[in-house]
Design a protein around this ligand. Sequence first.
Ligand code: NAD
Ligand code: GLY
Length: 358
Amino acid sequence: MEKVTVPLGARAYDILIGHGTLPTLGQAVAATGLEGRCVVVTNPTVGALYEQPVLAALTAAGFSASVCRVPDGERFKTAKWLGRIHDHLLEQGLDRHGFIVALGGGVVGDMAGFAAATFLRGIPFVQVPTTVVAQVDSSVGGKTGVNHPRGKNLIGAFHQPRLVFMDMAVLATLPRRELLAGMAEVIKYGVIADRAFFDYLRGHVAAILALDPQVMARVVGRCCAIKAQVVADDETETSGRRAILNYGHTVGHAVEAVTGYRRYKHGEAVAMGMVAAARIAHKLGRLDARAVAAQVDILEAFGLPVALPRGMDPNRVVAALGHDKKAAQGRVKMVLASAIGQVELVPLAPDEIGRLLA
Ligand code: NAD
Ligand code: GLY
């Protein structure tokens, strides 16, 4: 099993990446010092596939575990369903020695993590991410939360997990579109931090699409290592360093908002946003044309969209940019690449972004 550590002092934790390792989850959790009672939070889709092996692994290691299912979907990542998780924890008599196991994609992970952050003023939790997005991004770094009718992820807390445990074999059941959307976030790491990794991805498209266990472990491991370092440098996104993880997200979020969060997977919108950011950087004289083309090529190789949706009114995208929760004094800090593997934060007014997008 590959191990990446998130170096956060007293709150440091390991990310364990293996293949076919779900039966060893209980031992890995026990090794962190957790004991007693836990609640596995999942959804019906993931639960039907993996809840039994997870429960078996936990009970075999001496834990007493129950399951709390929330409905499958971003629209259920709400205060209401967070409350249902709290209800279940209370019904099970979980006390401050108990813990949560988040089994699923980013929706389950964010919401279960926030339940852990808020229950009895904070209990530990373990992430068992089952999508590519969750494995390379949402399960690492401690951002937890739920959506509010006024926007995504507006209610939340930083709460680091005690352990992130990944069995890459679970990706075999992940719908193809989810796998591809997750690859946008993977490619993002190459652009923001590691040219050699970007080139590795270009050379291993077929192996990744075939879910080659060794290649996938290396890919996910490298993403986690990059994220772990960024999170260690700027855990609560105060210095600006952590904001580099939002490469492609400025325009991506705007596209998601304009299309009502229904038409595109988040990763698909991020793919469009990465190309938009690359073109903007090129127009500003910051990035050469070859680096733009390289991003377009690799995103297309993974079947991801690279152009804004046909017929989409750019004015609506610009209007949505203004609502970006990271906007300050009317300017959006956009992450722009100066080369593959190197990015900077550049404050731009939404109108300016609109002009550069045209
Ligand atoms: P998701 O959690 O909705 O999962 C996608 C779909 O795949 C769901 O239908 C799910 O039931 C299904 N699924 C999950 N694992 C499966 C498996 N192994 N086999 C079969 N089906 C499976 O979506 P996601 O892309 O994982 O996560 C998106 C969420 O993550 C968003 O809410 C986003 O805000 C959040 N996010 C958070 C962070 C963070 O830092 N906390 C970072 C990125 C994204
Ligand atoms: N997904 C962005 C972050 O964790 O900061």
